[in-house]
Ligand binder design. Structure first.
Ligand SMILES: O=C(O)CCC(=O)C(=O)O
Length: 363
């Protein structure tokens, strides 16, 4: 995994540079610019049964998964969460609350930096890492009501060191610890998932021995017309596992289930975890990568940090061989992970999700 791959792989894609929404939202305005109007978005659900379904968004207690007496029943809850929801919250994880408090403060300060300082960390025309937006491919494209900062964190050889070196030193230091703690958490959860799937544990370990990790910090400013805008358009995640840290108890994340949108209420000291497309492929469609989006509101800003964790860049991505058999044929084609990412970020998919492109007809 050296030389040519190393040089090339750092640049997975680019995005058209767009203005900062955070700066725009500082101007007093009563209407949003037309490029942010999204009449195509489904309204959130309003009916009372939302609270009923909401309460069933599974919560996984990682301590219960480690204790002999409770591990089997907790594993059942995890397994059905990944099959039915593709989402769950984890509590009693080992990421310390001191680290989370420190990281929260650093991220908040980061978005408060003067615009002149942020510009030094803005995306460049040839690479999508830095402040800006991802996947903006045309000047006509409608935009999300948010700014983000995207950076590849692991493995080290994939890092854009010049971008990293420009981060405020306190943030860089805390980010370093956060990345390694969240990597441990991701490996722990993937291990449990392998068990739930009855997949060969070594297969999962090998796939993620040098996994690719990237971080996306999201800032959603208050919006004068929240019902007309969207903070983050509906999408599923291309990675294997996303671990979302919501920096406050302001709601915004919504999950699509059975064709309707359901809000996720942030729990204190919990992470929201979701199955990404890579895990749907590895599990041969047993675990589901589910569409989600972020709404905005008129009064409060909202911040979140998503950590994306994926299989090794030099691995081949496909249904795990230990899950396949005569009665369980592969429903997805295999693809080198590096190609998977390049195609995903360069959007050479004719508007189809990558998962659909890899699905074997009649599979
Ligand atoms: O901010 C959120 O709650 C959603 C973030 C998200 O979906 C992402 O960063 O991929």
């Amino acid at each position: 995994m050296e030389s040519s791959l190393e040089l090339e792989a750092v640049n997975f894609g680019k995005s058209i540079i767009i203005p900062s929404v955070q700066e725009m939202a500082k101007e007093s305005m009563t209407k949003i610019p037309p490029r942010y109007e999204r009449p195509d978005q489904d309204p959130p659900i309003i009916s009372t049964d939302a609270s009923l379904l909401l309460s069933s968004i599974p919560v996984i207690d990682l301590e219960r998964l480690a204790i002999e007496d409770s591990m089997d029943s907790e594993l059942d809850i995890l397994h059905s969460a990944c099959r039915e929801w593709g989402f769950f919250q984890v509590v009693n994880h080992r990421v310390s609350s001191t680290l989370l408090e420190e990281f929260k403060m650093q991220v908040e300060n980061f978005f408060k930096l003067p615009y002149e300082d942020k510009k030094k960390l803005w995306q460049k025309p040839d690479n999508h890492e830095g402040f800006g937006q991802l996947f903006v491919v045309s000047e006509e494209q409608k935009l999300d009501w948010s700014d983000m900062f995207y950076v590849t964190t692991l493995p080290l050889y994939l890092r854009m060191n010049d971008l990293f070196d420009k981060l405020p030193p306190n943030l860089r230091e805390t980010l370093e610890t956060y990345c390694s703690e969240v990597k441990k958490l991701a490996s722990e959860i993937l291990g449990h998932m392998a068990k739930g799937l009855k997949m060969d544990a070594e297969e999962m370990k090998e796939l993620f021995s040098d996994g690719v990790q990237s971080i996306r910090m999201n800032y959603y400013p208050p919006c004068p017309e929240p019902d007309k805008a969207i903070g983050f358009s509906p999408h599923s995640d291309a990675d294997a596992l996303t671990i979302l840290f919501q920096l406050s108890d302001t709601e915004g994340l919504e999950i699509r289930k059975e064709g309707r949108w359901f809000p996720v209420k942030p729990l204190p000291n919990a992470f929201v975890v979701n199955v990404g497309d890579i895990t749907e492929i590895i599990s041969n469609g047993v675990y589901r990568s589910v569409e989600h989006r972020a709404k905005v509101n008129s009064a409060k800003e909202r911040l979140s940090v998503a950590t994306f964790y994926s299989s090794n860049l030099d691995s081949v991505l496909g249904p795990a061989p230990s899950l396949l058999g005569k009665h369980n044929p592969a429903i997805f084609r295999s693809v080198p992970t590096e190609k998977y990412f390049k195609d995903f970020f360069s959007q050479k998919l004719n508007g189809k999700s990558y998962l659909e492109c890899l699905r074997i007809a009649d599979g």
